[in-house]
Design a protein around this ligand. Structure first.
Ligand SMILES: Cc1cc2nc3c(=O)[nH]c(=O)nc-3n(C[C@H](O)[C@H](O)[C@H](O)COP(=O)(O)O)c2cc1C
Ligand code: SF4
Ligand code: SF4
Length: 273
């Protein structure tokens, strides 16, 4: 059986799971082609999944949904009724509306979602000083990913005929989630940029930016386009790009999530079947 694994990963967590899951699929006799859609250039051509028996999508959670550029891209696909599976990586806070809204986007594009999952990954805003899932993913997280890969194969091959029902939409409307997303540079993070440090001007930040937002020469991002994925900050070879100190908002964020640092960091992933 031939599978496609489509991954978006700005700072590497989701890509780590994708590599592991591809390996688990291999051990189960599945041949998997991986498509990395993080760079904007990789989302320009129409993608055709006719050659595959199943498609797996792996994304980070951004403000309780898949990243905006991913949501837009999913609307361009034609799934031809194929079976699909989904997984998210998350940084310790809310995830579940992302399963529901992406399930709907995939259904609208003609995919039949048979499984979903969420796996812990260091929160992107740790780059500004947060301490959410700082040492994740760990071995336990990858064991759960192995279980997920096994369950996905069972569903794709029809050995497990169970059906994934409607996933929980949560308490927020899409309009409210749009508002959360629009606050990205107003409360916790400021726009990524280059301040005092010199850089080798490799252009990687501009070329790899998922949203076409970064101007490498100016050393700053366009606030209208930037999705705050922080891929540019994480991947700059000279560590010349940064965001603000996110620590002043850490206690408030924990309070809003009605959790403590210890409780948050003890969370495990989850599989939906
Ligand atoms: C703009 C933005 C919004 C995020 N929103 C959430 C969120 O709502 N809930 C959560 O648990 N983590 C959230 N995160 C953390 C990421 O989901 C997490 O760190 C993920 O593993 C990053 O994946 P990547 O390394 O593959 O890019 C957010 C990260 C970013 C950059
Ligand atoms: S990735 Fe870093 S080194 Fe390369 S152009 Fe951007 S800021 Fe400069
Ligand atoms: S400029 Fe914005 S969208 Fe582009 S890589 Fe940096 S944080 Fe992500």
């Amino acid at each position: 059986m031939k599978l496609a694994l489509v991954v978006f990963s700005a700072t590497g967590n989701t890509a780590k799971f994708a590599r592991k899951i591809k390996g688990y699929f291999k051990s189960l006799g599945m041949d998997t082609d991986v498509y990395d859609i993080t760079a904007r250039a990789n989302r320009q051509e129409p993608m055709d999944f006719k050659a595959y028996q199943g498609v797996v999508f792996g994304f980070p959670v951004h403000s309780l949904r898949a990243p905006k550029v991913v949501r837009d891209w999913l609307c361009t696909l034609d799934g031809h009724g194929k079976k699909a599976a989904l997984f998210f990586t998350f940084g310790g806070f809310s995830v579940h509306p992302a399963h529901h809204s992406t399930q709907k986007l995939l259904a609208d594009s003609g995919f039949n979602l048979v499984a979903s999952a969420q796996f812990p990954g260091a929160h992107t805003f740790n780059l500004g000083g947060w301490q959410a899932f700082a040492d994740r993913p760990n071995a336990t997280d990858f064991t759960l990913a192995k279980e997920y890969a096994g369950a996905v194969v069972q569903r794709f091959t029809g050995k497990d005929t169970g059906v994934l029902g409607d996933l929980d939409p949560g308490n927020y409307s899409q309009e409210q989630l749009d508002v959360f997303e629009s606050l990205r540079f107003k409360i916790i993070t400021r726009l990524p940029g280059r301040k005092d440090r010199d850089c080798r001007m490799c252009m990687a930040c501009e070329n790899a930016c998922p949203a076409g937002a970064m101007d490498a020469v100016a050393g700053r991002a366009d606030p209208e386009k930037c999705i705050a994925c922080l891929g540019c900050v994480a991947n700059c070879p000279d560590k010349a790009l940064s965001i603000n100190d996110t620590r002043p908002f850490w206690a408030i964020k924990l309070d809003m999530g009605k959790t403590s640092e210890q409780e948050l960091n003890q969370q495990q992933g989850k599989i939906y079947l």
